[in-house]
Design a protein around this ligand. Sequence first.
Ligand code: C2E
Ligand code: CA
Ligand code: CA
Ligand code: CA
Length: 277
Amino acid sequence: GASDKGERWCIYQVDENQLVQQKLKLAADLRRALMNNELSLYYQPQIELKNNAIYGCEVLLRWQHPEIGFVPPDDFIPIAESAGLINDVTEWVIEQALIQHKNLLELYPDHKTSINISAQDLIKKDLPVQVISLLTELNIDPTTIIIELTESASISDSLAANQVLDDFKKMGVKIAIDDYGTGYSSLAYLSQLRFNEIKIDKQFVMELEHSKRDQTICKTTIEMAKSLGALVVAEGVENENVAKILRQYGCEIAQGYHFGKPMPFSDYYQWLQRYQA
Ligand code: C2E
Ligand code: CA
Ligand code: CA
Ligand code: CA
């Protein structure tokens, strides 16, 4: 009856409030985390499929919360974005990643490091200047750095965002379209932005062996990327069979648990030292 409905509405309200409270607390905690060494970077290998050589790695952010424990980036990145903290987070990620990249280059002179940025970072016009001054300071070749960008409605029609991407391009820093196929109007995005790589999202790769539909999607994306002069990175490669299929399709680079999970820097460094193609 009516009272029933009222009660349910009440419970829903309480849950919503709790969720909002939780997010506000996490946002406050994240502000502190930035200063307290709770954030760290993990490194996941990327492999060239033609010869199993090292291509480079993707840098993935981790948060070890002192009370809650591990908080996944899919949970806290959106909070960082809505709390206005993402620019500070990204700045921290870029600085740490470039310092470590310098060490990786000594081991593998061609090593590429891919760094995720948020659409909101592209509104910050001085981001390319910050990156170039770090690259200069560390004496790093800009073409060894790749910025991974997830498609979003706000980017393709934003002048400021295009300006930032343009500046990166002039510096020689490369751009990857991340999570390809999952977001908002993918083709419009591809048509408007200049990019060097397309990353096929793991949702199209993980079941590749068993799904004819995913096979068609991957094959077509790889062909399109080739025609556009872009490299393809397939994410979520979990076994050799999937790697083999992707190789047949002409996909250049693979990333996934089959080759290596994301790991702390020291582990990745050792992994690289021991790696044999
Ligand atoms: P993403 O950019 O799509 O990153 C790939 C995700 O797939 C990572 O999840 C990675 O651990 C996972 N993955 C890689 N290979 C496999 C596999 O073979 N199997 C499975 N099941 N998963 C695999 P992670 O590290 O949890 O990151 C989630 C998302 O958080 C990232 O998705 C990215 O959107 C975001 N993120 C992570 N680090 C950063 C960062 O520094 N800045 C920003 N803005 N976003 C970040
Ligand atoms: Ca990514
Ligand atoms: Ca991403
Ligand atoms: Ca993805």
